[in-house]
Design a protein around this ligand. Sequence first.
Ligand code: ZN
Length: 224
Amino acid sequence: MSMCEKEEIQCPVCGTTGEFEMWKSVNTVLNPEKKEQLLSGSLFQYICPHCGKSYNIDYPMLYHQMEDQIMIYYVVQEEDIQMVEEQFRGDFGSAESELTKVLKKDMDSYLYRIVGSQRELMEKIRIFDAGKDDRIVELVKHIISDAVADKNPDLRDANLYYLEEDGEFLFVVVNSKGALGTVPIPKGMYEDMAEGVRDKLPDLRSRSEFRIDRAWASKALGME
Ligand SMILES: [Zn+2]
């Protein structure tokens, strides 16, 4: 099931109200076009029908790539993280939703993630579509991001996001001003990292950890 709610939005520039579709749950089998829109950013974008100005609208989303048994929950409010974690772990309480139905049926074979930003959600989809392990990507990213920050101290607050372009593996460097450029991932670095940690990480689909981000990588690298 996909779930779409219609919301009225008033344009802050011209005052015109229009309708916006919030895709609170996206199922890629039922609505493959929504995955494309999500990756292009347009699923979170509202365009005023009157003046044409566009806005990014933020809302939580359960992304369900059913054909690959992947679920990624984009959580907007910190306080919702615990609720999602409990559901991913199988503690449903009385709640009965699409999520709980799937979880009861296919619990162990699913890959679950929780992300805290739209960019992170898009990045996870790109990583899994590329057949990569997001934990290895985060470890590689941590090392590269530290190297970038050492060279450019003003980039210490920047975030890196995985991207594959024309067969090249890159990280896009993003700070509060937007995307600043890209850094290539040196050839073989992902494979070497994967080899190095192979015996140390649990199965990718084990439900031990749902948030794989910089904080996770810092801990895994023993830097925290
Ligand atoms: Zn407008």
